[in-house]
Design a binder for this molecule. Structure first.
Ligand code: ARG
Ligand code: ZN
Length: 849
C-alpha cells in the first residue's frame, strides 16, 4: 500500500547531520539474488550540529548483523532506515546486509543489466545498498572491496589491489554517497591516455559489452576534448590517475558523474557512423563533457542538500553548452538550446508542475531532475555572466573553486562569490532561483527628436509555487538596425530591475528597428509589436544570428496562428524571407537548416493558450502541414540544388561542418518528398552508408506512404542492435498520421523486441507518442488511454521512468472540455491504483491540481 500521506521535505528544515564520517570501507560479495554488503564506517560527533540522533538511511535491505566498536547491537529498523544508541565520542559502526540486484528493476541502487552489475545512487539510491547517512553533505573517503567471479571489477578512485575474483579500490577524495559506483561484469576496455597540464598521466577507459568495441572511439575523443577544454577555459585539471566510463543498456537517465567512474546509458556514449545520427554524435559529445565537467562542479564542490541541485546541474549544463559552442557553431547551439527550452522548460513553467529553479519542497527528489532545474538553471548562470561581464565571471569562478573546494555548498555560497568579486548586491537577482513561472516582457517603442525610447514592462504570471511574483533583474541585450539594414547601434545590455522601465537611444538619424533580447539574453516571453516589414528587415539583416533566426520564427508563428484561427493562407513575406536566407550561400548550412524549421505543434498550442484560446490539435496539425506544402512549392526552384550541393560525398565525419550540410540537405529532402512521392528518399535510403542518411531516407519514405519495405529491410539489418532498433520503434510512431499514432504504438508493444522494462525501449515508443502532438491528443482519447495503461504496468517495476513519463499529461488544463475530461479520467484511474509509487503519486497529484 502506498503511504497514506507521503512525507514532504522542506528546504527550510535543513539541519546538518549529527556525525561526521571520516572513512568508510565497503565489502561486496556479489551474487545476483543475494549480494552481501559489509560496511565499516568511522563516525564522530559533528561539532557543527546540535541534534545527535543517529539515523542511517536504508531501504530494501536485509540486516544480517550490526555492531558498534565490535559489540553487537540491535538497532531499531524501519522501512526507511535505522536508529541506534551510540557512544558520545568517535565510534566504528559495522553492519552486514543482503540485497537482491537481480530483482532490482527500478534501476536505482545496485542492479543488473544484461548480466553485469552496476549502480545508480543519485539522488538517494545508496540507501538501497547499505545503511548509511545518504545525504550529500556527509562526505567521506571510500575504500571498496569487491569479490565476484567477473573479469572486470570497478569502483571509484584508484585500484589498490586485485587478483582473480577480487579487487580493492580507494578514492582519496572525500565524497557523498550519491557519487559511489560499482561495476562488475565481462567488459572490454577501449583504452587511451590524457596528460594534464601539470603532467599527470591519466589512464582513460571506456568499458563496453563485447560487440560494442567499435562504438567507442568518438566518445573517447570527446572525453579528451572535454578534459583539455576544462583546463583551458576554467583552469580545472583532473585529479586522479584513472578515469573510467562504463556503458549500460538499462539506465533511467542519460548518465551519471560518479567520481572517477562515470556510468552512461549506452545511448549516451556508444557511437558509430553506421548506427548513430549526427544528432546522436552531438548529444554524446555534450553528455560526456557534462559528466566530466561535474568532476569539479558537482564532485569537488557538491550540494549541501538536494534543494541545491541546480548548483551543480545548472552550472554544469551551462559549462557543457559553452563547450559545444566552442567545438561547433555557437549560433546553432544557442538556437537549438532555445528551441529545447521553449519546448520543455516553458511548458513546465507554465503548467501545474511549475517550480522554482531551487524548489522549496519535494516528496520524491527524482521528480525534480527537470528542465527547470537543469535548463533554466543554466539560463540563470548565462544571465549572471551577461550582467557581470566575462572577466568578472572568470574571477568569480576562480574564487568559487578556491573557496568551496571540498564543500557541500548552497546557492547562497555561489552568489556570494559573485557579490564578493564584483561588489554587486544580488539580492534581487536571487529571485530567479526562488520564483517559478516564465516572465512576460512587453516592450513599447517611442520615437521622437532622433531618440528611440524603449519602455519595458515585466510580468510573471502567478502560480501555485509563486503566488506573488516580484520583479526580476532582466538583462536585455539590444541592438539597432537602420532602415537599409545597417547596424546603427551595437549590442548593449540593458539591466532591467523595475516592473516597468525605460531606456533611450539618442542621436539617431532615422528611426531604426530594435533587435531586442539578442542571443535570447533572458528566459522570458517577449512581446514586441513589430510589423511584418520590420520583422522581414530583421530576418534579412539582423547581425545577431539568434535574433535573425527569431525574426523568421516569429513570422512563422504569426502566420501559423492566423492559419489556425482564420484559415488564412501561409504568409508570403515569411516564405520570401526564408527563401532569401536559403539562397544566401555565405550562411552556414546548419543555420539555414534551422531557418527551415517551424515552431512545434505543442509550442503553437502554448501560444494559443497564452492568448486565452483553446488549442485544437487537429487544426494545428493541418496548419503545419499546409505550411510545409506551401514551403515545398515556394522553395521548389532552390530545393534540388540545396539537396545536391549539400550531399556529403567525403568519408563520414560527425563534425559541425559535415553534419550541418546533411541537416540542410535533409531539410530540403523533407520538402522534396512532398512533391516527388518519395523518389529521392528511396534513392537516399538505398545509397546511405551512415545512419543519418539512412534514417532520414526512411522517415521520408514513411511520410510518402511507401515505407513498409524499407521498414522491413531496416529491421532485418539492425535487429541485433538495440540502439538502432530504438530508432526503428520510435520513428514509426513519430511519422504516423495523427489518427494512427496510438494504434501504431499499441501494435509495436506486441513486437517480440518490445522489452518494456528497458527504459530506452519504453521511451522509444511512448516518448515518441507523447511528442506526436496531434496523435497523442487524438479526440478519441486512445492516446491517453494507451499511455495510462502502460504507466500503470510500469510503475511497480520502475517508478522513476514512469514518473518522468507522467509529465506528458502536464498540459491538460489548456485543452477543450472533452479532452480535459478524458485526461483527468486517466489521471484518476492511475491515481486509484492500490499500490502506486511515491514518485508517481507526487507527479499526478501535482498535475491533477
Ligand atoms: N547527475 C546526473 C546528471 O545530470 C543525473 C542523475 C539523475 N539521476 C536521477 N535518479 N534522477 O549528470
Ligand atoms: Zn548533470
Amino acid at each position: 500500500m502506498r503511504d497514506a500521506a507521503p512525507e514532504t521535505i522542506y528546504l527550510s528544515d535543513y539541519s546538518p547531520f549529527g556525525f561526521v564520517v571520516d572513512e568508510v570501507t565497503l565489502t561486496f560479495d556479489l551474487h545476483p539474488e543475494n549480494t552481501r554488503v559489509k560496511s565499516r564506517t568511522a563516525f564522530r560527533p559533528n561539532p557543527a550540529a546540535t541534534d545527535r540522533t543517529f539515523f542511517l538511511h536504508g531501504e530494501n535491505l536485509k540486516l544480517i548483523n550490526a555492531s558498534i566498536d565490535g559489540t553487537p547491537v540491535a538497532p531499531d529498523v524501519s522501512d526507511k532506515g535505522l536508529t541506534c544508541d551510540v557512544p558520545d565520542g568517535p565510534f566504528i559502526w559495522e553492519s552486514e546486509v543482503e540485497i537482491d540486484p537481480q530483482g532490482n528493476t527500478a534501476l536505482e541502487g545496485l542492479y543488473m543489466s544484461n548480466g553485469m552489475y552496476c549502480t545508480q545512487c543519485e539522488a538517494e539510491g545508496f540507501r538501497k545498498i547499505t545503511y548509511y547517512p545518504d545525504r550529500p553533505d556527509v562526505m567521506s573517503v571510500f575504500t571498496v572491496i569487491i569479490n565476484g567471479p567477473h573479469p572486470v571489477l570497478l569502483s571509484n578512485g584508484n585500484p589498490v589491489a586485485s587478483s582473480e575474483g577480487h579487487a580493492e579500490w580507494h578514492d582519496p577524495w572525500p565524497k557523498p554517497a550519491y557519487l559511489f559506483a560499482l561495476v562488475a561484469g565481462e567488459l572490454i576496455a577501449h583504452a587511451d591516455t590524457f596528460t594534464t597540464a601539470s603532467g599527470r598521466k591519466v589512464d582513460l577507459n571506456l568499458y563496453v559489452r563485447p560487440g560494442d568495441e567499435g562504438k567507442c572511439a568518438f566518445g573517447m575523443q570527446a572525453l579528451k576534448d572535454s578534459m583539455k577544454w576544462d583546463e583551458e577555459v576554467y583552469g580545472r585539471k583532473y585529479d586522479l590517475d584513472l578515469f573510467n566510463i562504463v556503458a549500460v543498456d538499462d539506465f533511467n537517465m542519460g548518465a551519471m558523474e560518479n567520481k572517477g567512474l562515470n556510468i552512461f546509458n549506452s545511448s549516451a556514449v556508444l557511437a558509430s557512423p553506421e548506427t548513430s545520427t549526427d544528432m546522436n554524435f552531438e548529444r554524446i559529445e555534450a553528455i560526456i563533457a557534462h559528466e566530466y565537467f561535474h568532476n569539479w562542479t558537482g564532485n569537488r564542490i557538491t550540494c549541501r542538500d538536494w534543494f541545491q541541485l541546480c548548483l551543480k546541474e545548472g552550472l554544469t549544463v551551462y559549462r557543457d553548452s559553452q563547450f559545444t559552442s566552442d567545438m561547433r557553431s555557437a549560433a546553432v547551439k544557442r538556437i537549438g538550446d532555445v528551441i529545447d527550452l521553449r519546448g520543455r522548460q516553458f511548458a513546465e513553467d507554465q503548467g501545474p508542475l511549475a517550480h522554482p529553479v531551487r524548489p522549496e519542497s519535494f516528496q520524491e527528489i527524482n521528480n525534480f531532475y527537470t528542465a527547470t532545474v537543469y535548463e533554466k538553471g543554466a539560463e540563470v548562470i548565462g544571465m549572471l555572466k551577461r550582467l557581470v561581464g566575462d572577466d568578472a565571471y572568470a574571477t568569480a569562478l576562480d574564487l568559487y573553486f578556491e573557496r568551496h573546494d571540498g564543500d557541500a555548498a548552497t546557492i547562497e555560497d555561489w552568489l556570494k562569490v559573485f557579490e564578493d568579486t564584483t561588489g554587486r548586491d544580488l539580492t534581487q537577482f536571487k529571485r530567479w532561483y526562488s520564483q517559478a513561472g516564465t516572465p512576460r516582457l512587453k516592450v513599447i517603442e517611442d520615437w521622437a527628436d532622433d531618440t528611440l525610447t524603449l519602455t519595458f514592462t515585466q510580468h510573471t504570471p502567478p502560480s501555485a509555487a509563486t503566488p506573488e511574483p516580484q520583479p526580476l533583474v532582466i538583462p536585455i541585450s539590444v541592438g539597432l538596425i537602420g532602415p537599409i539594414g545597417d547596424e546603427v547601434a551595437e549590442t548593449r545590455v540593458l539591466e532591467m530591475t523595475e516592473a516597468s522601465q525605460s531606456f533611450t537611444f539618442d542621436g539617431l538619424a532615422a528611426r531604426p528597428v530594435a533587435s531586442i533580447l539578442r542571443g535570447f539574453s533572458a528566459p522570458v516571453v517577449l512581446d514586441h509589436d513589430l510589423n511584418d516589414t520590420e520583422r522581414a528587415l530583421l530576418l534579412a539583416h539582423d547581425t545577431d544570428p539568434f535574433n535573425r533566426w527569431e525574426a523568421g520564427r516569429t513570422l512563422a508563428r504569426k502566420s501559423l496562428l492566423s492559419m489556425i484561427r482564420e484559415g488564412t493562407a501561409p504568409d508570403r513575406a515569411y516564405l520570401d524571407g526564408i527563401l532569401a536566407v536559403l539562397r544566401d550561400e555565405t550562411l552556414d548550412p546548419a543555420y539555414r537548416a534551422l531557418m527551415m524549421g517551424l515552431p512545434s505543434q505543442s509550442d503553437l498550442a502554448t501560444a494559443l493558450h497564452d492568448a486565452g484560446e483553446v488549442p485544437e490539435p487537429d487544426l494545428i496539425y493541418a496548419a503545419t502541414e499546409t505550411m510545409r506544402a506551401a514551403m515545398a512549392r515556394r522553395f521548389r526552384d532552390v530545393l534540388p540544388a540545396l539537396y545536391a550541393d549539400n550531399l556529403v560525398t567525403a568519408e563520414y565525419r560527425p563534425d559541425a561542418e559535415q553534419s550541418g550540410k546533411r541537416a540542410l540537405a535533409n531539410s530540403a529532402l523533407a520538402l522534396i518528398t512532398r512533391t516527388d512521392g518519395g523518389v529521392q528518399a528511396q534513392a537516399q535510403y538505398g545509397a546511405a552508408d551512415n545512419m543519418t542518411q539512412q534514417l532520414s531516407g526512411l522517415a521520408n519514405l514513411i511520410r510518402a506512404d511507401r515505407g513498409s519495405a524499407a521498414l522491413k529491410a531496416f529491421e532485418a539489418q539492425w535487429k541485433n542492435d538495440r540502439l538502432v532498433m530504438d530508432k526503428w520503434f520510435g520513428l514509426q510512431v513519430i511519422e504516423a498520421d495523427p489518427e494512427d499514432a496510438a494504434d501504431v504504438a499499441a501494435a509495436l508493444t506486441d513486437h517480440p523486441d518490445f522489452n518494456w522494462k528497458n527504459p530506452n525501449r519504453f521511451r522509444a515508443v511512448f516518448g515518441s507518442l507523447v511528442m506526436h502532438h496531434a496523435g497523442f491528443h487524438h479526440h478519441s482519447g486512445k492516446g491517453y488511454q494507451l499511455l495510462a495503461d502502460w504507466l500503470i504496468k510500469l510503475d511497480p517495476v520502475n517508478p522513476q521512468t514512469t514518473a518522468r513519463m507522467c509529465s506528458a499529461f502536464q498540459s491538460w488544463p489548456r485543452y477543450d472540455d472533452d479532452r480535459k475530461a478524458l485526461i483527468t479520467a486517466e489521471l484518476d484511474r492511475i491515481l486509484a491504483q492500490p499500490t502506486l509509487s511515491r514518485d508517481v503519486t507526487e507527479m499526478l497529484t501535482r498535475i491533477r491540481k
